[in-house]
Write a protein that binds this ligand. Structure first.
Ligand code: CO
Length: 451
């Protein structure tokens, strides 16, 4: 039996609570267990990026940069991994190249070891600057294939994307299945193809969510196909809309050729601690932290958290009887708009368009600016062109952006620094300028009580 140990990336410090507790975990909730987690032997600890930056400033009165420094102080052996939205950094629109470069350089300086970088449309042009800056900083650069299902997304298209990412310097490839759509046997084929492609030739990591109830099966088949790393969450923050469970995955592989070598018994007290944290977050922030399996996602591809948001929006308008219509409208809008994968920010864009269509009883009568921007190519290239008649209806003959969208954005750092100076923060650190760049109002409010 040839040994092929599988590695685990632990997500309890980022995606686990982002998925199950609205990203509300505080640094103080993490501190008591960081040393044990650091000594486990994980591939990495995912602990920063995604929605945590916004949440720190907006809800937790924490400086996200300070959080990173504190994490690094206590996590000294294991790389800290973070999730970056390419040219969107950790925000919702494109930023200038100099902001992307400064952000990447600062986060690596403060302790990020693995940068997982994705673009919602899988448009590699939107990843180029971030990947280049990440390479320069010396971090491990993980290029992402955002997984979705459409007539235009095939194993071959993902191989091609992975090759492009490797060409641009990716040290590894992550398949990011944010809604739990990746089926076990498809995962097997996809991983097998990626692992055997000579032009890919880097480790493959798999990230799924348990939303549809398939996650563990998908991991097992991916492991049999040779996947190198799987993302798992410690039991209190596993399953539901989060990742498959760390302890279960370790146990499932014990004594096999895939044995992770991790000592499950060391996680018992850690799990008790984070179980209490989950309870306290639910109480302190009045959160729902348990989610049923949602088989609807398999048909509609709408991530779990988003379904409840859409339902509540309709309910506020007294239109909850339109819920089924909305579920069916989402995939139609997605097809019209060129089959974008549904992940931040495209999930919100498609969701709001579908909601308008259903509420107004006429399709594309009212069109949010973001939808027009998507149709114009302002977010990058959609997997397939926007449907002709829809394009005409929503943007007429407006010029299509067929180059890298951020080429239109002039350098911003000096302007932002000057703006902050006018607001009374003349000596703002680069970190503060970056916080302000991403979330101006939220950052100013934070500075007003913390600077
Ligand atoms: Co995720």
């Amino acid at each position: 039996m040839s040994r092929k140990p599988v590695q685990i990336m632990e997500t309890v410090l980022r995606d686990g609570h982002q998925s199950l507790a609205a990203t509300r975990m505080r640094i103080d909730d993490m501190l008591p267990q960081l040393e044990v987690l650091d000594n486990m032997g994980y591939f990495a600890l995912e602990a920063w990026g995604g929605a945590t930056f916004d949440s720190c400033l907006r809800f937790l009165n924490e400086d996200p940069w300070q959080r990173l420094k504190t994490l690094r102080k206590h996590i000294t052996k294991t790389p800290i991994s973070m999730l970056l939205r390419g040219q969107n950094i950790l925000g919702y629109n494109h930023y200038a190249d100099d902001v992307v470069e400064a952000f990447v350089s600062k986060m690596v300086e403060h302790g990020i070891g693995v940068i997982r970088v994705f673009d919602a449309l899988n448009d590699v042009r939107n990843l180029e600057v971030a990947m280049k800056a990440a390479k320069k900083s010396g971090a491990h650069v993980q290029g992402v294939c955002v997984y979705t299902i459409s007539p235009y997304h095939t194993v071959e298209s993902y191989i091609e994307l992975a090759r492009q990412l490797v060409e641009r310097g990716a040290d590894s490839i992550c398949i990011k299945d944010m809604s739990g759509l990746l089926r076990p046997y498809v995962a097997y084929d996809l991983v097998k193809a990626l692992k055997s492609d000579p032009k890919v030739g880097v480790p493959i990591q798999l990230h799924t969510h348990y939303t549809s109830g398939m996650g563990s099966m998908t991991y097992l088949k991916a492991i049999e196909a040779g996947v190198d790393v799987v993302d798992c969450a410690l039991s209190p923050f596993a399953l539901g809309t989060s990742q498959p469970c760390t302890e279960t995955m370790i146990a499932a592989l014990e004594g096999t050729q895939y044995d992770t070598g991790l000592d499950r018994s060391k996680l018992k007290d850690v799990a008790i601690h984070f179980g209490k944290v989950k309870k306290s977050l639910a109480e302190d922030f009045k959160l729902k932290t348990y989610f049923d399996v949602d088989a609807n996602v398999l048909d509609f591809q709408i991530p779990g958290g988003m379904l409840s948001n859409l339902y509540n929006q309709l309910k506020e308008q007294g239109m909850e009887d339109k819920y089924q219509d909305l579920l069916e409208e989402m995939p139609r809008v997605r097809a019209d708009l060129g089959y974008p994968p549904l992940v931040t920010p495209t999930s919100q864009i498609v969701g709001s368009m579908a909601t308008f269509n259903v509420m107004l009883g006429e399709r594309y009568k009212m069109v949010p600016r973001e939808v027009r921007d998507l149709a114009r190519g302002k977010y990058g290239k959609t997997p397939k062109p926007v449907a002709e008649e829809v394009r005409e209806k929503i943007i007429g003959n407006a010029e299509i952006i067929d180059y890298r969208p951020a080429d239109d954005i002039k350098p911003q750092m000096d302007l932002l620094r000057a703006e902050l100076g006018e607001k009374g923060y003349a000596n703002a650190s680069i970190e503060d300028v970056l916080s302000y760049a991403l979330f101006p109002e939220v950052a100013l409010k934070f500075f007003s009580t913390n600077r």
